[in-house]
Design a protein. Structure first.
Length: 276
């Protein structure tokens, strides 16, 4: 009963933190959305200035990050539309919900840790806490890759597919809800895929996999990564490559993490006089 009462208290703190964060994010939903649209703005400005040609990837990334000024665009610049009366309201609510999860995550993680920590041994606490810190950092790293690299390339690629002639003009006018869905899908896909070292290391600590098994299965892992990148990213080779390459690198890092765990376990067994 004491555990249930404590769980209820932790959940109340989590719900309260999420509610406060939701209200704050909904109040600033407009500026947050403008921030998310910045990759599209940079891609649109560079596409218009270069007429879709001779735009280097480095310049596109620098313009999105604000390291270089974006060229001035004649007319109204990048435009997004909404076609339903309440579409922008529901988009703001969805954006506020997603922002609230990120904003309230420290409180959620702290409440989870305070509920779980009393039931863990000292060595288990030392093993669990680094993963609690590494997991959100890797997720933020994946989200940053989406914002500064993935989205500008996807939007620039989409703009380059426009058709313009004397009789027909096919222009890109994204809907506000569809653009947010694209951002959300990419951030979740990259953020979750970047948890690969955490998952593999936990499996190594549990003794379910070994570094030797991971090394021998490298070729199959690369094929699986390519298939996964093709499923969770838009259907263009640039975005698929941008997810597949970091995942292969993270897989190699995971092998070294599992190897370090095996070496530490071996030293502990030798110190206790146990057979290797």
């Amino acid at each position: 009963m004491d555990h249930l009462i404590e769980l209820r208290g932790r959940l109340i703190w989590c719900v309260a933190a999420f509610a406060v964060a939701f209200i704050v994010c909904f109040f600033f939903a407009g500026p947050i959305y403008v921030f998310l649209v910045k990759p599209f703005v940079a891609a649109n400005a560079l596409h218009a200035a270069g007429d879709g040609h001779n735009v280097s990837p480095i310049l596109l990334i620098q313009a999105t990050a604000g390291l270089v000024p974006t060229p001035a665009v004649t007319g109204e610049g990048a435009q997004l539309i909404y076609t339903a009366p309440l579409e922008i309201l529901f988009t703001k609510m969805k954006l506020a919900g997603l922002g609230a999860v990120f904003l309230a995550f420290p409180v959620l993680a702290f409440q989870l840790w305070r509920f779980v920590a009393p039931g863990l041994y000292r060595n288990e606490k030392g093993a669990f806490l680094p993963f609690l810190i590494a997991s959100p950092l890797l997720f933020v790293l994946g989200a940053a890759l989406v914002y500064y690299v993935m989205l500008p390339f996807v939007m620039f690629f989409s703009l380059s597919q426009q058709i313009s002639s004397e009789s027909v003009a096919v222009a890109l006018l994204p809907k506000v809800s569809e653009y947010l869905n694209l951002v959300t899908a990419l951030v979740l896909a990259f953020g979750l895929c970047f948890q690969l070292p955490v998952v593999m290391t936990l499996l190594g600590m549990a003794g379910l996999i070994s570094s030797k098994l991971m090394s021998e299965g490298r070729r199959y892992a690369i094929v699986a990564v390519v298939v996964l990148a093709a499923i969770v990213t838009p259907p263009d080779p640039i975005s698929q490559l941008m997810l597949a390459v970091p995942l292969v690198i993270l897989y190699e890092i995971s092998i070294w993490c599992v190897r370090l765990i095996e070496l530490r376990r071996k030293r502990e067994d030798e110190a206790e006089g146990l057979p290797a």
